[in-house]
Design a protein around this ligand. Sequence first.
Ligand SMILES: Cc1cc2nc3c(=O)[nH]c(=O)nc-3n(C[C@H](O)[C@H](O)[C@H](O)COP(=O)(O)O)c2cc1C
Length: 273
Amino acid sequence: MNIERVWAVWYSATGNTDKAVNTVAGELSAKLGLPLEQVNFTKPAEREKEYSFTEKDLVVMGTPTYAGKMPNKLLPDFQSRFHGNGALAVAIVTFGNRNYDNSLAELCAVLEGDRFHTVAAGAFVGQHAFTDELAYGRPGWSDQFEMKEFARRISVKVKSLTDTPAPVKVPGDPGAPYYIPMGTDGQPAKFLKAKPKTYLSRCTNCGACARLCPMGAIDPKNVSNVPGTCIKCQRCVRKCTKGAKYFDDEAFLSHVKMLEQNFAEPKDNEVFL
Ligand SMILES: Cc1cc2nc3c(=O)[nH]c(=O)nc-3n(C[C@H](O)[C@H](O)[C@H](O)COP(=O)(O)O)c2cc1C
């Protein structure tokens, strides 16, 4: 098959998926000797555009795992904004050391539904957005080494293709329900309505959180006001240089503690091709 361009396409709130997708796509572009194009799908304005590909494109697309699946508020954008038109695709998810459950299967199904042909897929561990206690610093050096080896194997597969490949097989069920977050008491932790709070003594109202929020949920004129839908992605918490954003919702904090107590053992990356 005559591929002419490699694409990196990603949604990434705290940077892990950005790193995974760009490491794999960058290495693929180097190994295949092809130009690399990028689409950062994180900001609301980027998710309003349409992206059409052709059978000369190889698209590496990535998303984090939220509650065992793709982020539900972004799913319609992933389903409607991309037009594969026969392009090859590599599906990538990151997960915060609990489990990716059904997110990779869902992304593969979305890609096939968007008329891409999946050739490979990978689930990579990343520091949990909720806490530094899970997978701290990942993806790190050795994860990136594995990502590059994954890209090398994909380049070999792509070069050897003479016909449309069969969809890559991955574990999970795209139709499965979302993972229900639990608290330390073993009961469901209900924090759907939780929103970030602001330490007014630290906040300089610079507006970075409002500009960076993937949901456009924060009022740019008064950043302590969050009138929009918060998806708990932690981008504002992680990106604020003054450390002025935090969550104090009790159910949320109980879930984080439960994760720290039960999922600290380092998990492996998994690739399929
Ligand atoms: C709302 C939310 C839900 C999450 N759910 C899961 C999960 O079900 N399993 C898991 O292992 N990690 C989970 N995580 C952790 C993220 O998948 C992980 O931190 C990911 O690498 C973040 O990607 P990003 O840095 O590209 O935003 C969740 C994170 C958030 C913000």
